[in-house]
Design a protein around this ligand. Sequence first.
Ligand code: 9PG
Length: 729
Amino acid sequence: MPALGAELRDGCVAFGAHETCWVELAGGVPRVVIRRGPASLALQTSPLQTTADGYTARCSDPELRLDLRCEPRADAWILQLTVENQSTGSLSIEELAPLWMGPTGQVRVGAGMDRWSVFRNGYQSWSGARAYRMDEIDRDPVLGFLRTTHTDARHPSVGRAGALRSDLFTVVKNLRSGEALCLGFLDARHAFSAIRLDVRSDGLRELAAACDFDGIELAPGARLVSEPLWIAAGFDERALLAQYAVTLGEVMQARVGAQPPVGWCSWYYYFTGVTETDVLRNAEALAAKRARARPEGRERCSPPRNWASVVRGGALFQRGELAGKPYVMVDDGWESAIGDWLAWNEKFPHGMPWLAERIRAAGFDAGIWLAPFIARPESRLFRDHPDWFVRAHAGLHLWAFDPSTLLRTCLRQWSGGEARPRGRPRTAVWNPAWSLWRSAYALDTTHPEALDWLWRLARTLVHEWGYRILKLDFLFAAALPGERYDRGATRAQALRRGLEAIRSGAGEGAFLLGCGCPLGPAVGVVDGMRIGPDVAPFWSNWLSRWLLADRHGVATRNAIRNTLTRAFMHRRWWFNDPDCLMVRDTRTRLTRDEVQSLATVIALTDGMFVMSDAIDELPDERWVLLEQAYSLTGGTPTAVDLFEADIPELLLCERGDERLLGVFNFGEESSTRVVDVGRFGLYEGEVIELWSGRHLAVQDGWIQLGAIPAHGCRLLHFSAGHRPSGRSL
Ligand code: 9PG
């Protein structure tokens, strides 16, 4: 990987790679944005001057001093900005950018911006992530309450071609000449951050690598430090992403266990209707499957011969158990109210501690779902402690409306009152599955009593009730914009404090699974993380295509996209949770082709392996499909065409000396595919399409796959053998 050089040129910072790799950033300055009254003000800096470990500059606001630390690392640079308030009054800090370039700046990544493909990471678990071309528009969901639940409410997308905002990091890849540039923040405990890029036909408008400080106050004499920014360039964009992910994981002390868990979750079959009997019936059905899968069992339900003879994997339970017990998770539907997590409803007559014991007696770990950072208005938590909740800034109500809030706002307006009063609890989630009428509110995780409650809650669920796996959902609520008890805390810090309180109560032995969670601040606290939207018993629908801009929300197609585009985070920041693998053939609109595509993506990307069907109703053939998919896990995935497609369609998986290649057709028509085996460094020996068992011929380095149906895939197995060495993708 060619190393970047850095220098000070005309008082600005400049980076450049050597001649063979044409990557250059020139005219970069640090920048601070402060709030003055209702307006935001970007302060210009004086020319940077060299200091012992970097550069220093003053802002146009004469009392603000900026120090930019500029540190070389193997093949990368780290920039970190410190600001010091040398004035006599406090300042409200919106943004600290260690690197900012305006129209006079220069960014080159290979020849011509027209062939750039830019990775846009989403804010939280459910936000879409993919590479964009410069003529594409990144759209937010259409309705306000969906923007609140799927994107960063403080930073709506610009909605114009060439303007992109990528949370935490980005990679810019030139598809013509091959160069790639990676910019990414290495820490997220103190502030959310993003890379903003705005390119017009006449050139660059803005490139900013900036941390969001949410307008917190900087007292006279106080200092504020940005998160460290990592900058590297080269030709191998996937190696850059991997190196960035590894480095962030080290800085934030990511929790990565030995092997991703296997589990069952009630949500995608029973939804909120789940009962105690449903959970027990599935635990028993799973226990029966496991008894049969054991070598001493009488009847072994194993994959078909041709599959088992070529794939070297284990049966679901045998290998899954090496990582600890498989788990049985009671998802949403057990609680007495959203917010009241220590009381259950009448569908669980024996109580949740009893159920955990029964699950454990059946030989599984017990898992439970909760949304610890939200509470609905009727919950005891909210009624007893209204002061534990985030308050709305003026003007926030219409961002996250529900019918009741909307009606009250209109009535207030008609009666001549203030339309959006300050200080009311801010609405966080409008979920029709809970109530059509009113929204849930966001817990203030900077309030010491609320943090104490979270600690006690986690302690009770894990150590008194016996649930070792906690699925923590709707976590973004802790980071919504609003007024908090601690006015000096950023949104990222608020979220982090809430998560840390839960970890501390749950203990080191608990497995915390984040969901609906802004990604960065959770690294080092959670063990698993949902990295995409919910799967669904359908591929996609009008709601997902139109209201959710075809990328952010519930739809199997959208879940598959993120599982592929965020695969590189797996085992570096946590275990990726791709969401559940549904394989049933009733009560679903997913076709067999769609189920096989979901199974192939989940298996080859190696994340958590979670089932969500009524196990005792599954036909044998579908249970075998689960076993088949599981036998393929454990490899290292690469989404080969990550920068070339909306949803990558080539997924290579390296498993010891075996290679697996998923070739997908995510289009709406059946389509013919050929594979250039040379591109994958694969040899011309035996190739089997696993789902059909067909042997495929390699002719002149090509495999003709024929037509792949819409949403379908082919799964190629290249057995160990005479592979040319030293070839990469
Ligand atoms: C339980 C579910 C499942 C699922 C989670 C999460 O209204 N909404 O915007 C909305 C978004 C996501 C969602 C439900 C509602 O799903 O991802 O696995 O646990 O909650 O309610």
